[in-house]
Design a protein around this ligand. Structure first.
Ligand SMILES: [Zn+2]
Length: 117
């Protein structure tokens, strides 16, 4: 059961050095205030975002699974869903840029320009 202050904000679950409960509001999406660890290594907002996003991973995966298994999923949605799953599981296609001149060609062009100039 979380404690709240008179403004309805959830209070930090940390304790002071004297052993009393911390009275600071917890960072949104976290259980503690910035003083008690919500800000370790980054700013408190980013920490809170990570907590919230981590909680959304499992439900999001279930949505993707439902879409892929539902025979009524439109083909375009099915394709986009399959692509999303493949992209985020290490099956992203290799991007190869073609048509970029080789170093030797660049050097030859530079030499031509220098000869003209
Ligand atoms: Zn605290």
């Amino acid at each position: 059961m979380s404690r709240t202050d008179d403004q309805g904000r959830t209070l930090c679950t940390g304790h002071t050095q004297a052993g009393k409960k911390c009275r600071a509001p917890a960072v949104k999406g976290a259980l503690v205030c910035t003083h008690h660890g919500a800000a370790q290594g980054t700013n408190g907002r980013a920490a809170a975002d990570r907590v919230v996003l981590e909680q959304l991973v499992a439900p999001a995966m279930l949505v993707l699974k439902d879409l892929l298994e539902n025979p009524e999923t439109p083909a375009a949605v099915l394709h986009a869903t399959a692509k999303t799953v493949l992209d985020y599981t290490g099956h992203k296609p290799i991007v190869r840029v073609e048509g970029v001149p080789a170093l030797a060609q660049l050097v030859a062009w530079r030499d031509e320009l220098e000869d003209e100039g």
